[in-house]
Design a protein around this ligand. Structure first.
Ligand code: HAM
Length: 411
């Protein structure tokens, strides 16, 4: 009988990968909690209208990528991202009444019907943060700090932080008009998607990946508009203050005027964090300010800013970390002694394994060196003298200690 395979663009996360996933999740809890953020879990499907109104009906996500289905004459959609869901919950649960800022973090699966490739899946996972209630750039700098410090706690420091300001709806209109004017002579040469974007969402023209379109947007008269400081005085001051905070906090960043992001809800600050080690899908984090979304979805006038990171992309950067290994592997031919020592270690918070199949000593040592940091060897001599040899499997240094001192030594 033909076997049923995993769906295109989806993946099993297998037991051997789990330590990295727990590490990402535990670190998120630890770091975001330090900033006063509380975890929130919202449903995986929501009313389709939430994303149409929230993410924006001119975006690729809403137009092409949603998993939408009907149940009891209701149109439902598997969440393609979680900002809209968190905002819905914020409004529905009256969180605007809590003292600002309200900081929430989440983790979980998202669904986008995209062409799968390395780093791009149809079911993927995000870990993210949303901060409500603060319009000042202090919140923008704190949110960027949360992202950078989380990545750093994962051991990921070699990343590029890019920021931009999209301005407010007023100054953005001026920019859109100027951009359209400059692009108009080339309209017929643009790809079909850009022809639609030109009418519906001209800002999105700037992150088209089609080489012919990119060449047109690189023309001097179009670059002049893109590189101009079109944002109004208030938005410019907001952006300058943010840059000042980042400079003083020692966060390295660059300003990328082409950074417009693929979702409609943003205003003012947008940012992305990319890695040079990920190929074409190189963004590990995307975020920005969305001051009108709460109101647009029927809530109070509450400003907000947040980000989300792709966990599969983080996992591939983290790779096989040392601390993902078991701390101790007990190598012993006397099963009962082996189990006793392993259990004692576990009770004292040390991850420990023992060979349950009673293989030969050499085989047990081989397994230990592949999976653990230390081998705790109880050979015949050790057994007779009530001792244990502790072997550091990285340096091969070893030391024989009294059985009762093992815990102390490992600590
Ligand atoms: P986004 O840029 O669409 O933003 O996604 C954030 C991150 O999710 C990306 O940088 C990437 O790492 C990961 N990601 C997106 N699509 C895929 C995919 N198909 N496969 C694997 N990873 C993917 C948002 O989702 C916004 N909600 C972020 C936000 C929160 N803005 C404000 N608050």
């Amino acid at each position: 009988m033909a076997i049923i395979k995993v769906q295109k663009g989806t993946k099993d996360i297998l037991p051997e990968e789990m330590p990295i996933w727990h590490f990402m999740e535990d670190t998120a809890n630890k770091i975001f909690t330090k900033y006063g953020a509380k975890e929130i879990r919202t449903p995986i499907f929501e009313a389709t209208e939430l994303f149409a109104r929230g993410v924006g009906d001119t975006t690729d996500i809403v137009n092409k990528e949603m998993y939408t289905f009907e149940k009891s004459e209701r149109s439902l959609t598997l969440r393609p991202e979680n900002t809209a869901g968190v905002v819905r919950s914020f409004i529905e649960n009256g969180m605007h009444r809590l003292s600002a800022p309200v900081k929430l973090w989440y983790k979980g699966p998202m669904f986008r019907y995209e062409r799968p490739q390395a780093g791009r899946q149809r079911q993927f996972h995000q870990v993210g943060v949303e901060v409500f209630g603060i319009s000042q750039p202090t919140a923008d700098s704190e949110v960027i700090l949360m992202a950078v410090n989380y990545l750093s706690a994962l051991g990921l420091n070699d990343l590029n932080v890019e920021i931009n300001s999209l301005g407010c709806p007023k100054c953005r209109e001026v920019f859109k008009t100027k951009l359209k004017e400059a692009i108009k002579p080339y309209l017929s040469e643009l790809c079909p998607d850009c022809q639609t974007r030109y009418e519906k969402n001209p800002l999105r023209l700037l992150d088209c990946k089609v080489p012919e379109c990119k060449e047109i947007y690189g023309k001097p008269e179009i670059q002049k508009v893109i590189q101009s400081d079109y944002i109004c005085e208030d938005c410019a001051q907001h952006f300058n203050e943010l840059k000042g905070y980042l400079d003083n906090l020692g966060i390295k960043y660059s300003v990328n005027k082409l950074l417009v992001r693929g979702l409609d809800y943003y205003n003012r600050t947008v940012f992305e964090i990319t890695s040079n080690n990920l190929g074409s899908q190189n963004a590990v984090c995307g975020g920005g300010r969305y001051d009108s979304l709460v109101k647009n979805l029927g809530g109070e006038d509450v400003p907000a800013i947040g980000f989300a990171m792709g966990m599969e992309r983080l996992a591939s950067l983290i790779g096989q970390r040392e601390d993902v290994k078991t701390t101790a592997f007990v190598v012993c031919n006397d099963s009962l002694q082996g189990i006793k020592l392993t259990e004692e270690l576990r009770k004292n918070g040390i991850t420990a394994e023992f060979d349950l199949t009673n293989k030969k000593f050499v085989k047990q040592l081989e397994k230990a060196s592949k999976t653990a940091k230390y081998a705790l060897i109880i050979g015949e001599d050790e057994l007779a003298a009530d001792k244990v040899t502790i072997k550091n499997l990285e340096t091969s240094e070893q030391k024989t200690v009294n059985r009762i001192d093992v815990l102390k030594e490992l600590a």
